[in-house]
Design a protein around this ligand. Structure first.
Ligand code: 13P
Ligand code: ZN
Length: 279
């Protein structure tokens, strides 16, 4: 296979690896394919492969095709051997089963986070037909903050936004937080998909982050923006527990008109203290 989709998908895996977000088999990536992208590789697909249970029901994605990373596969290896590490799967007519129609040539199955990916992609398709990419990574600074900030979406969003003026422009809907849960199942998928109904970023406490986007650049860029801001916050908190200067609620409001964004006032509360992480 030699397609633009394969190259774009691979680039995220390599770039994420180079950022240090994918130790061992950490992280996974999925993409809801366009009709013309399926058509382009049609001759390579094995339509008679065995059907397997997804472990979730996603009727909104019935009969669709997805490119997904394999479970236990290393992002580092995707550019070295795409067909060993990545699959194209097709869903059945009620969105409860999948078959591997391409890839994972040495055996294996799609990512253990397939329920989360598909439940997110289903919600996102309803929200905006163009949202096709879901990306999960383990970026260290974002994960570190889940040990010290309250696991509260208002506080998390506000503290991350304050670290870089670009943040509210890049993710004006803010960040959702999933408390620690067992990964890999339907339950954590449901919690994450609930966040994706309105937001593009969900942080899994003590684990990692899920982001979505219209294309691979936008999706990778979103992960990068949140993690960069988290890194600045970790640096600031390493120096002090208080801020001397910061971006104020009014400063954020002033960004709305020139950048054509709308910020929910719940993130723009007046703080009762200058201590980081206090409301
Ligand atoms: P997979 O190797 O099954 O994709 O799992 C990696 C991971 O990050 C689980 O959350
Ligand atoms: Zn993970």
């Amino acid at each position: 296979m030699d397609t633009k989709l394969k190259r774009d998908f691979t680039k995220v895996c390599t770039d994420g690896w180079l950022q240090g977000w994918h130790e061992r088999n950490g992280g996974n990536l999925s993409y809801r394919m366009k009709k013309e992208e399926v058509e382009e590789v049609k001759d390579l697909l094995k339509e008679d492969a065995a059907w397997k249970e997804i472990g979730a029901s996603v009727p909104g994605l019935a009969n669709e095709y997805f490119m997904v990373t394999g479970s236990g596969k290393y992002f580092r290896n995707v550019e070295l051997d795409f067909e060993d590490n990545v699959a194209i799967i097709r869903l059945n007519e009620d969105g409860t089963k999948y078959q591997i129609v391409y890839g994972l040539v040495n055996g294996g199955r799609p990512t253990s986070e397939l329920p989360s990916h598909l439940m997110n992609l289903e919600v996102l398709k309803k929200r905006d037909e163009g949202l096709r990419v879901v990306y999960h990574a383990h970026p260290a600074n974002t994960v570190a903050l889940t040990f010290v900030l309250p696991l509260n979406e208002e506080i998390f969003t506000r503290e991350i936004w304050e670290m870089e003026t670009e943040c509210p422009v890049v993710f004006p809907q803010g960040i959702g937080i999933v408390p620690w849960m067992v990964p890999g199942g339907r339950e954590i998928g449901e919690k994450t998909a609930k966040i994706m109904e309105t937001k593009n970023v969900a942080i899994w406490a003590h684990h990692g982050m899920f982001v979505c986007g219209h294309d691979f650049d936008e999706t990778f860029g979103l992960m990068h923006t949140v993690e960069k801001s988290a890194e600045i916050l970790v640096k600031v908190m390493s120096m002090t527990d208080r801020k001397r200067n910061t971006i104020t609620p009014q400063d954020f409001r002033d960004l709305q008109e020139p950048f054509h964004i709308e910020l929910d006032e719940k993130f723009l509360y007046e703080k009762s203290s200058d201590r980081i992480g206090e409301k």
